[in-house]
Ligand binder design. Structure first.
Ligand code: UN1
Length: 486
């Protein structure tokens, strides 16, 4: 299993039986409901069939809303079941690796990180399953870019906190979610506590605007989060929680004291791993003028050393983007920059499949990025020694605040910048992706999300009735005293 760090050869052997599998996702409900018509699911890597999905019909949504029952078990029992689910994920890693490559276009390193994170979420939320009540029924709407990890994180948090879950996986990745739900049920999560409803935005809208829903967890675009909040405001209880993780316009500053090799490696990983399809990904690099020629020359060389290709091949370290629509959007952005003479570098990618060529684009500053382009596109600007604070202000002025990177060997500067930058996660002298459940909770500020951070100590509290944890404390403890003034 994964705990024992399988070799690449072992992973390759474990997923081999699933090379030609055709999966089928269906609504997984507490009560039977006739599934809707089947739709094909295809791989972004080469357009081949990966299976089919039957979307939930309006009747299935209604049946699920009626059948949902909060998980009636003690926190310890819930934790034990989630931990068993983690074991099952690890046992099924061959099939999961196959699905991540074929349905989501994930390369091996990306898939390893994703399975690891999913298992960590199950164990972490399971181990921290709280006393107190959930809010009733929680709707979880998850993204295609982490079709296993974020799906599992949302669902397991809501379950650990004692809710019934209605899960709506991303339209592009229903098959991985379907396997995850099957494993959670096999581990012992009651069907009335976890139902999955594959579908599109209409299904999501139905599941966020019904008064039987007590709260919503959502990861995706800032615009969709706004639409969900409007829907909730019109129909759900005024206090119903929305836990949203949304977009970012993430920056990194590389100053003249930074270690060039370290900085370039961090930039390449942050901008191009997962083909740039992480909300945490680096979008705008600021390099200090004195070192910009060196850094950019090295960066172009490091981009040339990337191997884009079929994510099933162990040699590929950059896969396709999720679909043709995403590819067209990214490519149009790069084509515009090229027409304006701002394209600094681009590398070749396979012609078949939804590959977007990793690109480096010159911009005057982050204010020139009018939106998050969700792919392997890195913008670069330069700054002068006396402009550091102005750069930090420009980054804050975007209104987003998810991740931020700083490469420097000036100790005081770390503190200085950290006090001024408004982002959820700050990374110093390393890459700015790959937060770790438990030790590096992940979440943004402003346009980037509501908090609390996923994989952190406060996350589960938002999935519960506000009064629950405090009430327990006041009832059972000896009378509390206010802490002494400092
Ligand atoms: C996302 O891309 O939607 O730290 C969020 C990271 C990941 C980001 C997930 N946990 O890179």
């Amino acid at each position: 299993d994964l705990t024992h760090a399988p070799t690449l050869a072992a992973i390759d052997a474990a997923r081999a039986p699933f090379r030609e599998t055709r999966w089928r996702a269906v609504p997984r409900l507490a009560d039977d409901a006739a599934p809707g018509p089947e739709r094909p699911v295809t791989s972004p890597a080469d357009g081949s069939a990966t299976g089919s999905v039957a979307w939930a019909t309006p009747g299935a949504v209604e049946a699920a809303l009626n059948a949902a029952r909060p998980w009636d078990a003690t926190p310890a029992e819930r934790g034990a079941v989630l931990s068993r689910a983690a074991d099952l994920y690890e046992e099924h890693y061959g099939e999961i690796f196959a699905l991540l490559a074929r349905e989501a276009g994930k390369t091996l390193p990306d898939a390893v990180a994703e399975i690891r994170e999913a298992v960590d979420f199950l164990r972490y939320y399971g181990a921290n399953a709280p006393e107190g009540e959930g809010v009733g029924t929680f709707t979880c709407i998850s993204p295609w870019n982490f079709p296993l990890a974020i799906f599992t994180g949302q669902v397991s948090a809501a379950l650990a906190a004692g809710n019934a879950v209605l899960a709506k996986p991303a339209e592009q990745t229903p098959l991985i979610a379907d396997l995850a739900v099957a494993l959670l049920h096999e581990a012992g999560v009651p069907r009335s506590a976890l139902q999955s409803l594959p579908g599109d935005g209409k299904t999501g809208a139905a599941l966020t605007s019904d008064p039987r829903v007590g709260g919503v967890a959502f990861t995706g675009s800032t615009d969709t989060a706004r639409a969900i909040r409007r829907a909730m405001a019109g129909s759900l209880a005024p206090g119903a929680p929305l836990i949203a993780e949304t977009g970012g316009l993430n920056a990194m500053i590389v100053d003249s004291t930074a270690l060039p090799e370290q900085a370039v490696q961090a930039v390449v990983e942050s901008a191009f791993q997962s083909a740039g399809q992480r909300c945490s990904a680096l979008r705008c690099l600021y390099v200090q003028e004195e070192v910009s020629d060196t850094i950019l020359t090295m960066l172009k060389g490091a981009m040339d050393a990337l191997t884009p290709g079929d994510p099933w091949q162990l040699s590929s370290d950059l896969g396709p983007v999720i679909d043709a629509e995403a590819q067209a959007d990214i490519d149009a952005h790069v084509a515009k920059a090229e027409a304006e003479g701002r394209l600094l570098h681009r590398i070749a990618v396979p012609g078949a499949g939804s590959f977007s060529a990793p690109a480096l684009i010159r911009v005057p500053g982050i204010a020139d990025l009018d939106r998050e382009v969700f792919g392997p596109v890195l913008h670069v600007a330069t700054f002068r020694a006396n402009e550091l604070d102005a750069v930090v202000e420009a980054v804050n002025a975007t209104g987003y605040g998810l991740t931020f990177g700083l490469q420097t060997r000036i100790d005081d500067r770390v503190q200085h910048v950290a006090e001024r930058i408004r982002t959820g996660n700050i990374y110093v002298n390393r890459n700015q992706i790959g937060a770790i459940v438990g030790s590096q909770p992940f979440g943004g500020e402003g346009l980037s999300g509501t908090g609390p951070k996923a994989g952190g100590p406060h996350y589960l509290t938002r999935f519960q009735r506000h009064s629950a944890p405090a009430a327990t404390g006041w009832e059972t403890d000896a009378p509390r005293r206010l802490p002494a003034p400092p």
